[in-house]
Write a protein that binds this ligand. Sequence first.
Ligand SMILES: [Fe+2]
Length: 260
Amino acid sequence: MSRMIDMHSHVAWGIDDGMPNKMDAMEAISQAQQDGIVAICSTPHFIPGQLDQSVYDEIVSRQKELKEMSSLPIYLGGEVMMNSEFIQYLDDGLYPCINGTKYMLVEYNVLKDIHRISYHEDTLYECSVRGYKPVIAHIERYFHHGLDWDIIENWQNEGYVLQINRTSLMGMSGSQVQDNAWELLEKGVGHLICTDTHRSSGRRVECLSDAYQEVEERLGKENADLLFYSNPQAILEGRPVEDLTVVQKKKKKRFGFFRR
Ligand SMILES: [Fe+2]
């Protein structure tokens, strides 16, 4: 079984819209273990405008409680919402980074198409100039009418880390999101694939092996290992991530030989 690390999970209970209780959290961890996941980064929602020191402390203490009782290694992080108040509170020290590195998992409101979020570039820029390394959560979910490559290429040029959800690849978030996710990977875009677990049953659960197999089939084992293990490990250690390579190889074959 391949080793995988899940870097985006709402497995800590009772602090956001993730796990409702401790039993579900424990069940999710056991599912992760059976699936081949060797470590989980706990990334509860941090919502600018709804945060103060006491809310922050409550979330972190629950994460520590989870870490102590878990049979799997648990790392601490968060998923910070880049809303209209994000920049205003950016210097308050209430947005967590992943495992004490400079990597910060950030998201936009997925209900809005990215073109309707006027400040979407500013939030990332303000993170970068402060030395944070944004990891943009589930990038495939912000393009409701197909990918906008101007935006994606800009993210690549800025060196942002780009995360894709397992559920998107498996078609659990609709066909447009699924098409977006595979188009990204097939064009060599994406650094890590995660569960974005919210429950111990249903769609967003602690499972990566099905997506790993699909990715391995389409992009090869080397890239699957990069997306599910090596890049997550690099992020946990604060090292740079690597880009996918399979697509370039495919292109060479297509033009260099008579494969089609
Ligand atoms: Fe999430």
